[in-house]
Design a protein around this ligand. Structure first.
Ligand SMILES: CC(C)=CCC/C(C)=C/CC/C(C)=C/CC/C(C)=C/CC/C(C)=C/CC/C(C)=C/CC/C(C)=C/COP(=O)(O)OP(=O)(O)O
Ligand SMILES: O=P(O)(O)OC[C@@H](O)CO
Ligand SMILES: [Mg+2]
Length: 231
């Protein structure tokens, strides 16, 4: 299993607050996806995160925690993604919680496991937009500025275009891919078929597939083969 995120084309995002039968989890973990991200924007607890991690650990694939609350930072993940919501209206989600976490635990961290994500939330109706009070009323130029901010100004390893719940504007994703150089472009939101997976994968480096795992498992599994060439 590879922890080099650079090579990841497809990842599933599983939500500790939602239930997934063992058989479904097995199909997800054996699907050929590059990694599992554990994360969500509401009702995430230490207990439901530990539970999901231990179930995923039956399988040999990378497992990443996308931190959404300090109360649910569970040891034992391969990597930790740390969202920084660049278009958050409330600075708690840009530096506020991060500063307090670093103040309290900064000297104990294994930095090689911590990967910051420059997030831009683009679906104004998603839970994360409400939580972070994100300004989603953005033009293409605004978004490209955020892409450059993540990539060139802050040199973040990941720029994440987050449309959680709806399929986004692929032209904007393509434009972002053109303006960033060092950062890896993650796209997530509304991928619920192989066709959409292919479209998103043509624009972004890594696609993130979430809700469809819970809504239509067959379609979710089919997104993997759509973007990953098996030799
Ligand atoms: C053992 C160990 C590793 C110790 C580490 C110690 C430690 C404390 C390290 C801290 C390092 C650090 C700086 C942490 C940051 C702390 C923190 C809480 C930061 C805030 C992160 C943040 C901005 C969260 C916002 C929420 C967010 C953007 C979530 C994104 C994911 C998302 C949109 C998921 C989809 O959610 P879903 O619920 O599915 O939503 P829908 O309803 O739309 O489907
Ligand atoms: O749940 P969906 O809409 O697939 O989005 C995936 C992911 O980007 C959510 O953080
Ligand atoms: Mg979701």
């Amino acid at each position: 299993m590879s922890l080099q995120i650079r090579g990841w084309k497809h990842v599933f995002k599983l939500d500790p607050a939602r239930s997934l039968h063992d058989d479904a989890l097995e199909r997800v973990c054996l699907s050929g996806t590059d990694a599992i991200i554990v994360g969500g924007s509401s009702d995430i607890s230490y207990d439901n995160t530990v539970d999901l991690l231990s179930r995923i650990r039956r399988y040999e694939l990378p497992c990443v925690l996308e931190i959404s609350t300090t109360e649910a930072i569970v040891p034992g993940f391969d990597l930790y993604f740390i969202p920084v919501v660049l278009n958050a209206g409330n600075t708690e989600w840009i530096t506020g919680q991060h500063q307090r976490a670093l103040r309290d635990y900064g000297s104990l961290l294994r930095w090689e496991q911590m990967i910051p994500e420059g997030y831009v939330i683009l679906n104004e109706n998603c839970t994360a937009a409400a939580l972070t009070e994100a300004d989603c009323n953005l033009t293409e130029q605004d978004i490209m500025a955020y892409a450059r901010m993540a990539d060139k100004l802050f040199r973040m390893p990941i720029f994440y275009m987050e449309y959680s719940g709806v399929f986004g504007n692929m032209e904007w994703v393509q434009q972002a891919a053109k303006v960033i150089q060092g950062a890896q472009l993650f796209y997530g939101g509304g991928i619920d078929s192989p066709e959409k997976a292919l479209q998103a994968s043509a624009a972004a480096d890594t696609i993130v597939v979430g809700n469809v795992v819970y809504d239509n498992l067959e379609q979710a599994i089919a997104t993997v083969a759509a973007v990953k060439v098996t030799l």
